[in-house]
Ligand binder design. Structure first.
Ligand SMILES: Nc1ncnc2c1ncn2[C@@H]1O[C@H](COP(=O)(O)OP(=O)(O)O)[C@@H](O)[C@H]1O
Ligand SMILES: [Mg+2]
Length: 240
């Protein structure tokens, strides 16, 4: 089998908030064009892992490589310039800016037919096209999540990192977001790292799943097939 490039490689990182040692030796990788999830209970350290990658809460030790470049403790803007788009759980829509302005601020041109532009986002996200002049912060939760994903796509990234996109959304909206992530990220070949407590969504979009325990350590990694065939793995891992 052809060996794929590890576009994101994390080796033994240790991340702290002050004295609090949250990530205690985490290693994982994501191959180019792969969709991978991290599953774990509330407070396990999933968000902190994503913040470590983005340089928002840099690890104290260990290494992070993005496409072969060592990015450990880089500033967040430098990490995003390498082509890593972060969709935080809080979505971070800029208040006072319209939907169009929120999108255009994040736009980064890319040559080729696959490139995401403002027009392409409007074509594929009718919810946003109808509201381009509306203040982004006045959108509903589901619309804001669409905007956050549109904003990630328009930066034409190589990797999208998503923190619990289903959080706080109705089942119908979770289904819509799942479809968008599948169609525009996974099937179009953008590498995806997604954190979810909604494991049903994670199983739909990702093909490999890291299980994280409460010490911010990876205890196992499974394929979607393994988890679908053995539901007790997730039950025992995620139940309290
Ligand atoms: N800003 C912070 N300061 C101190 N502790 C924090 C901070 N953010 C998160 N934590 C703690 O770090 C641990 C991991 O949090 P987090 O990464 O948000 O978990 P998850 O995303 O898996 O729910 C939790 O115990 C949480 O209380
Ligand atoms: Mg979290």
């Amino acid at each position: 089998m052809e060996k794929k490039n590890k576009i994101l490689n994390i080796e033994n990182i240790q991340t702290y908030y002050g004295e609090s040692h949250v990530i205690q030796g985490l290693s994982m990788y994501v191959e180019e064009q792969e969709a991978v999830s991290i599953l774990g209970r509330n407070g396990a350290g999933k968000t902190t892992t994503l913040r470590s990658i983005m340089g928002l809460t840099p690890p104290r030790s260990g290494d992070i490589h993005i496409d072969g470049t060592k990015t450990t403790r880089w500033q967040p803007h430098k990490v995003s310039k390498l082509g890593v788009a972060y969709v935080p759980a809080e979505r971070h829509i800029f208040p006072g800016l319209s939907v169009e302005e929120n999108l255009k601020l994040a736009a980064r041109p890319l040559n080729g037919n696959d490139a995401w532009t403002f027009e392409k986002v409007c074509d594929h996200f009718p919810v946003l096209a109808d509201r381009t002049n509306q203040d982004g912060s006045t959108l509903s939760g589901g619309e804001q999540q669409m905007l956050a994903i549109g904003r990630a796509l328009i930066s034409n990234p190589r990797i999208i990192i998503m923190d619990e996109p289903s959080q706080g959304l109705s089942p119908l909206l979770v289904q819509m977001i799942t479809d968008v992530v599948l169609k525009f990220c996974v099937e179009s070949g953008i590498t995806l790292l997604i954190v979810e407590q909604n494991y049903r969504m994670a199983l739909k979009v990702a093909s490999r799943h890291y299980l994280m325990d409460t010490k911010g350590e990876i205890v196992n990694v499974h394929s979607t097939e393994e988890l679908v065939d053995n539901p007790q793995i997730i039950q025992s891992h995620l139940s309290v």
